[in-house]
Design a binder for this molecule. Structure first.
Ligand code: ZN
Length: 227
């Protein structure tokens, strides 16, 4: 972790806070491999480029670290902090990840001939999420293409009963494609319903890394989200 002085630690109203100016550049990663210069996490999907108000030094920082500070989202703009800042950053992250997912789908459509893929892309365009069936289709296509895209960038609809039932109707290989990217809570729920992949299959899936690292389809993309 970097020392606070390197990053313009300022005192605002008696409370220590980072003061940053957002440069407008924000990077989305389809492989979840970006590193934050403050907290050192290296599995991040979205990274914001900022300057320190004090020294003009450029840093790339995650949403969480930036959300703890005081930030001007545009040069000369008002300084945001607290709930308002975190809300704005959350909205920007959602937009960046949406574009990242669409870029992945666009590149797959251009480079693979799978007849089920256009339907998946249309569904994602309309819903900004994937149903279990569409997610399984996409994740198997990614895997077969040797892509190193991390499937966790796509949100899968599994909160509603209808989607949990849809998961239950998937074939074992389809369930297996989805299982590694699901949250522990969702896995528990599906297991309670009797929908988990069979035990020996789950055992084998623990060794599966959704990030195969063979061929890069999409890695990091920069987007300009100047406000
Ligand atoms: Zn961080």
């Amino acid at each position: 972790m970097n020392s606070s002085s390197e990053h313009g630690l300022a005192c605002v109203g008696g409370i220590a806070a980072y003061q940053w100016i957002f440069t407008g550049d924000v990077k989305g990663s389809a492989t979840l491999n970006q590193r934050c210069s403050i907290c050192d996490r290296d599995d991040l999907s979205v990274m914001f480029q900022v300057r320190t108000a004090a020294s003009d030094a450029i840093s790339e920082i995650c949403e969480t670290c930036l959300g703890k500070g005081a930030v001007a989202l545009q040069p000369g703009g008002s300084i945001l902090r607290g709930h308002e800042l975190r809300h704005q950053l959350g909205q920007m992250c959602m937009r960046v990840m949406l574009r990242t997912c669409k870029d992945v789908l666009r590149e797959l459509l251009a480079n693979t001939n799978d007849s089920k893929l256009p339907e998946v892309a249309v569904y994602f365009d309309r819903n900004a999420q994937l149903s279990p069936r569409h997610a399984a289709t996409l994740f198997l296509i990614l895997s077969n293409a040797g892509s190193n895209v991390d499937a966790r960038i796509f949100q899968v609809q599994l909160r509603k009963t209808e989607h949990q039932q849809e998961f239950g109707r998937l074939l074992q290989p389809e369930k297996l494609a989805l299982w590694p990217v699901l949250s522990p809570a969702i896995r528990t729920r599906l297991a309670t319903l009797g929908f988990a992949p069979t035990p020996d299959v789950v055992q084998r899936s623990r060794g599966i890394n959704s990030n195969s690292g063979r061929h890069v389809a999409v890695d990091q993309r920069s987007y300009d989200l100047r406000m």
